[in-house]
Ligand binder design. Structure first.
Ligand code: UN1
Length: 485
């Protein structure tokens, strides 16, 4: 099968890389290259930064309505190619075809929402305590911003960083995850073909070492990152030393809480979706569930039935409801973590193995896995695996459910299943999370509302919605006096 050729977008031109050879491979069939080429070298990263800097003034001066037109055209291009690019996404990242197509359309929706900023208010105006004066707050672009994006949403996450950056008049240097260069090219290509001027968005698929200037170059004014807590904190430390603000969306160990008055079949199907969609590789995935003892038997039976009904297989095949993981190393780490849990006394309720997938012998598959732990101190209850593994803890009551779910330093999302208004209030008040779902799965992020977590899950202003402008603009407060009469 022929593969796509990896190129980089620098100053409005597609160019081959000067760095080492690399390829993205299909996680379902690792022997197949999806895209191949050469990495961008450090000097190409430098060219990209210079191009973004040169394009800065022109793009900042472009009326927001014109910037919006480019974003809307790019959204149309994404929608027009959703079937084809969704299939490429499924092939390159491993999520199912339906998830891949859904993600391309989601990226389009994000571009459209952010384009709409051109029709909304531009700033704020305040009363002044003095006569003949008012106080205005205007927003301006910050300048050149670096985007560093992960493998798991290869087009949606870049869209929700690039769209607000661009609509607010910033220019971009973007390093995608090395595992998903093709989908990065699709988004950059859509924006380029939509008429983005040269240099406004530059895509450089490079090694982390060669991209390191994207964190410290004095022309870079902000860095937005999504990935692990460890890498996010390292980036934040590096940028802090250079005085560059960072927005980092990082890990999660998101709990679901199932209380006695919950609709149990609904709760189980939502927890299954939260745990196993995208093969559990979401920072918002449900990775632990506390269930109250009086409903535990019914809930666990539904849960196990839902997990075992998932068809793990080739992401492009009809009927597949869970694809492979991105690589064998994190898959093997997740399997080892489950085995270590079993050695400590945890009980596997389903999964825990590498499934046989016809035609995909070397694929990075893992069965949807549910493990019952007997203590909230267990590592399976506390450590993020980024894999299709769900830990279950049976608790006595709502108070214990919330207490055990609040353990750990992460605070991205949580899901609470209940009919009780009082329990809902307790969840809102007591759970230290950036996103709370009441009677729905822990994952998901609508384009028009803030997204991001607390604690080890997030640093800096929130993404998405109107909140996105807090990171991608700086404000000037103007004391606007009329002068003496
Ligand atoms: C979702 O829950 O649909 O990296 C999106 C991640 C998050 C995005 C989650 N930043 O998984």
């Amino acid at each position: 099968m022929s593969h796509a050729t990896i190129e980089h977008l620098i100053d409005g031109r597609w160019v081959p890389g000067d760095g080492a050879e690399f390829a993205s491979t299909s996680p379902a069939r690792p022997e197949i290259a999806v895209a191949a080429g050469r990495l961008a070298s450090s000097s190409q990263v430098a060219e990209a930064i210079a191009a973004a800097d040169a394009a800065r003034a022109g793009w900042a001066e472009t009326p927001m309505a014109e910037r919006a037109t480019v974003l809307r055209r790019a959204a149309d291009i994404l929608r027009g190619n959703a079937a084809e690019w969704g299939a490429e996404l499924a092939q390159e990242e491993g999520k199912t075809l339906a998830e891949g197509i859904g993600e391309v359309n989601r990226a389009a929706a994000v571009l459209d929402f952010q384009a709409g900023e051109s029709d909304r208010d531009a700033g704020e105006i305040f009363h002044s305590p003095r006569r003949g004066e008012r106080i205005e707050v205007v927003r301006k672009p910050v300048g050149v911003v670096s985007l560093i994006t992960p493998f798991n949403f290869p087009i949606a996450i870049p869209a929700w960083k690039a769209a607000p950056a661009l609509i607010h008049g910033n220019t971009v240097v973007w390093k995608p995850a090395q595992t998903v260069p093709l989908l990065a090219m699709r988004l950059a290509g859509a924006l380029h073909d939509a008429g983005l001027p040269p240099g406004v968005l530059n895509l450089v698929a490079s090694s982390s070492a060669d991209a390191s200037t994207m964190l410290v170059d004095p022309r870079i004014r902000a860095v937005t990152f999504t990935g692990s807590t460890k890498v996010g904190r390292t980036i934040a430390a590096t940028c802090a030393a250079a005085g560059i603000p960072v927005q980092a969306e990082m890990g999660g160990k998101n709990p679901a809480v199932v209380l006695a008055d919950a609709d149990i079949p609904h709760a189980a199907s939502q927890v299954i979706a939260g745990a196993f969609n995208s093969t559990g590789q979401k920072c918002t995935a449900t990775s632990r569930v506390a269930v109250v003892r009086s409903v535990a038997e019914e809930f666990l039976a539904e849960l196990v039935a839902g997990a075992t009904a998932r068809v793990t297989g080739d992401p492009l095949a009809d009927g597949t409801s869970m694809g492979p993981m991105i690589d064998s190393v994190p898959r093997d780490d997740a399997l080892a973590a489950v085995r270590a849990g079993v050695d400590r006394g945890a009980e596997i309720l389903c999964g825990g193995n590498i499934p046989e997938v016809p035609g995909c012998a070397g694929g990075h598959f893992m069965e949807p896995t549910i493990v019952r732990v007997d203590s909230p101190e267990d590592a399976l209850w506390r450590d993020e695996l980024f894999a299709p593994v769900l830990a279950v803890l049976v608790v006595e009551d709502a108070a214990e459910a919330f207490r055990t779910s609040d353990l750990g330093e992460y605070g991205l999302t949580a899901a609470v299943f209940t009919d009780s208004l009082a329990a809902t209030f307790d969840a809102i008040d007591d759970l230290e999370v950036g996103i709370l779902h009441v009677n729905s799965e822990s994952a998901g992020a609508d384009p028009h509302v803030p997204f991001g977590g607390a604690g080890a899950s997030g640093l800096g202003p929130k993404e998405q919605g109107r909140a996105a402008r807090d990171f991608f603009t700086r404000t000037t407060t103007i004391y606007l006096g009329r002068g003496p009469r």
